[in-house]
Design a protein around this ligand. Sequence first.
Ligand code: SAM
Ligand code: SF4
Length: 329
Amino acid sequence: MSDKLKDKYSRTYKYLRVSVTDRCNFRCKYCIPTHDFEFIPHSKILKYEDIIFAVDSFSKLGIEKIRLTGGEPLVRKNISFLISEIGKIKGIKETTLTTNGSLLGKFATDIFDAGIRRINISLDSLKQDRYEYITGGFKLDDIIEGINQAINVGLSPIKINVVAIKTFNDDEILDFCDFAAKNKLNVRFIEFMPIGNKIEWRKEHIITGEEILKIISKKYSYEPVKKAKFEGPAVNYMLSNGAKIGIITPISNHFCSECDKLRLTADGKLRPCLLSDKEINLFDEIKNRDFDKFKEKIRESLKLKELDHNITNEGCDTQFKRTMSKIGG
Ligand code: SAM
Ligand code: SF4
C-alpha cells in the first residue's frame, strides 16, 4: 500500500497545521472563554523533539507543508529552533506561521532567519478601541508595528486574516480593502465559526462571503483571481482600488471537497476536520517514537473524515469541545 495519506473520498493530505501551544498572550473574545477555561497542563504538551518526530513521520506519509499555529506560536520559547529543525526534514517543502502579530516586532528577524517566509497575521479591527475590546486589551499600534517589521525583514507574502463579525467590524470591510491596497497586503475575510467562546458566538453575527462582496461592491468593482486546485480555501478578488482580497466561507459555502489539511494539537491529538470533535490521540505513539503504530492510527483517523461538515448558515448552533486556541484555526 502506498504511504500517501488518502481518504475514502480520494482526497490526498499534504498540509498539516501544528498547534505548538494552547497558550496565548491575547484573550480574543470569540476565541478564549473568560470563564471555566483551563489550559492544557504542561506535562501533556508535546516537546519540540516530539513535534519534530511527528512532523518527520507525517512527511514520510506525504505531508509537504507545515503551518505553525497556536494559541500564539510566538509565545512558545525558542520557536525559531523548531522552525529550523522542521526545515531540515526531508519532504517538508515549506513552513509557514499564523500569529496575532504582537511579538513580530521582537521575533520577525529570528523566524525569517529560521526559514519562515509566508505568514498570516490576524487583525480584526483597524480602530484602537475595538481592537482593544476584541483582543482583551492590546494596542493596535503594536500590531501595525509588527506588520511593518515583518515587511521590513522580507516576510512575503503577508496575509491579514479578519474574522468578519456583524455588529463588531462589518462597517470596517471597506476600510480593510483600503488598508490592503495601501500596504500591498492580502486581506482575507473569514466567516465567524461556532468554535471558541460560546458566550460570544451568535448565528446572527455571521457575515457571509456574499454579504461581504455586496459591501465591497458599494465602492469598488472586483474580478475573481484564478487559483490553482488545493491552493487554499480563500476565493480571491482583485478590487478596482488595487487591493487583493480573499474570502473564506467555511459556513455559507464550504470547501471540504478540496480539503488537504490535517491538524495536530499541542497535546498530540490529530483532528481530521476543524469542524468536527472527532480526534485521534497520537500522544503515546509520538512519545514512544512508534512510527508503525503512528501510521496505523493516522490511517484510522482518516476514516473519521466525512465528505463535508454539517454546519450551514441556518443550522450552525453546534458548539465544539475544543476552543480554537486549543486547535489552532
Ligand atoms: N494566535 C494566532 C492568531 O490569532 O493568528 C493563531 C491561532 S488563532 C486560533 C488562528 C485563527 O483562528 C485566527 O486568525 C483567529 O482569528 C481565527 N479564529 C479563532 N476563532 C475563530 C472563530 N470562531 N471563527 C473564525 N475564525 C476564528
Ligand atoms: Fe490568541 Fe489567536 Fe485565539 Fe486571539 S485568536 S486568543 S490571538 S489564539
